[in-house]
Design a protein around this ligand. Structure first.
Ligand code: KG4
Ligand code: ZN
Length: 341
């Protein structure tokens, strides 16, 4: 039976609701909060929680309207129950519980990371097991996804996530937020080899990564240029961005190669590698990963960006797989700020 679920997501700075039937996204609404946090240099948990609480009802209403369905036509409600900023997660969980209590619809608490990890199944019906690189502003990990509730984490960042490093690099160089797109644009006219930047943990065994040293190296390089010339030219900015992006790309490609070796040792009949998270939008990183997949004769799956970044369709879809496997939660469902897969 094809299930139709409402999904709710509010774990960071996007308020989102979606309606998914099987693998059809009938509606996916995302209210971003970037402007609310712009003056603070990062997401302010209290501001995020208030904005979620204010916007969730309207967001759900709009998703239902766009889907053309009423609550009575749904089979359940899936909600992100963690990990994330607790105020936001609580807002979503309370909203979902309210709808569940009022309608009697089954409630499913979904791990936000499972939502990202299962997205390639929603968009491309990728068969298990597949290898996923989840790379965003808050996350960076390699997962072998074996089923909707079996994940092998085979490595990840030991400090900053790459998106966070892109954002900090932009801040250091005086470029606008979010840093990823502005660093990528500036890098296009830059010389990646002008500055010598580290590739942390590149030669260390395993799939773990580190990006905080790279950010410090950018800070030092910038200070060096400023001390010498009294300021940064646009060319200096571009060269630093190009160097930074090349270093992140090198680390991600080399570590993906190693993760792929571990995954391929499982010997799946059909090998697939998928990416998710906002950093997956980066052209240089995407091209490098695509090339690696061609070299290793592995399918490369990159969901459309709107489903790679935070959204509620991925939560509804994860809920569908969980519900099909017999999973149900009830009104005792709790919000979990930490929840490893
Ligand atoms: O997945 P996402 O929307 O939110 C979470 O972090 O959960 O990812 C946002 C991150 C930001 O750090 C942003 O700078 C980064 O993704 N990003 C990029 C690009 N576009 C967005 N990083 C590198 N290159 C890009 N083109
Ligand atoms: Zn996310």
């Amino acid at each position: 039976m094809t299930l139709t679920l409402l999904g709710i997501e509010s774990s960071c700075d996007d308020t989102a609701a979606a309606v998914v039937r099987g693998t059809d996204v009938l509606a996916s609404v995302v209210y971003g909060q970037t402007a609310l946090h712009a003056d603070f240099g990062g997401v302010v948990p209290e501001i995020a929680a208030r904005a979620h609480a204010e916007k969730l009802d309207r967001c759900v209403e709009q998703a239902l309207q766009e889907s053309g369905l009423t609550l009575a036509e749904l089979d359940g409600i899936a909600v992100t129950a963690g990990p994330g900023l607790i105020g936001g997660v609580l807002s979503g969980v309370m909203c979902a519980k309210g709808i569940s209590a009022a309608t009697g619809l089954p409630l499913i608490g979904v791990n936000h990371l499972a939502g990202h990890a299962l997205t390639p199944r929603l968009t491309d019906q990728v068969a298990y097991p597949f290898l996923m690189l989840l790379v965003s502003g808050g996350h960076c990990q390699f997962l072998i996804v074996e089923s909707h509730d079996t994940y092998q984490r085979i490595g990840g960042t030991i400090d900053d996530a790459p998106g966070e490093a892109f954002d900090k690099t932009a801040r250091i160089l005086g470029l606008p937020q979010p840093g990823g797109p502005s660093v990528e644009t500036a890098a296009q006219s830059g010389k990646p080899k002008r500055f010598t930047l580290p590739r942390p943990l590149l030669n260390q065994a395993g799939c773990d990564m580190s990006f905080s040293g790279l950010k410090t190296a950018i800070l030092r390089a910038r200070d060096g240029v400023v001390a010498e010339k009294g300021g940064l030219t646009a060319q200096d900015q571009s060269d630093l961005c190009a160097g930074f992006q090349a270093a992140v790309t090198d680390v991600l490609i080399e570590k993906t190669r190693r993760a792929m070796q571990i995954y391929l040792a499982l010997n799946p009949a059909r090998r697939s590698f998928a990416i998710a998270g906002g950093v997956a939008a980066n052209g240089a990183i995407r091209d490098g990963l695509m090339q690696l997949c061609t070299e290793l004769d592995t399918d490369f799956v990159a969901p459309p960006l709107a489903l790679c970044t935070d959204n509620a369709a991925m939560i509804a879809y994860a809920g569908i797989e969980m519900m099909q496997a017999g999973h149900r939660d009830d009104l005792t469902l709790s919000a979990r700020p930490r929840w490893p897969l």
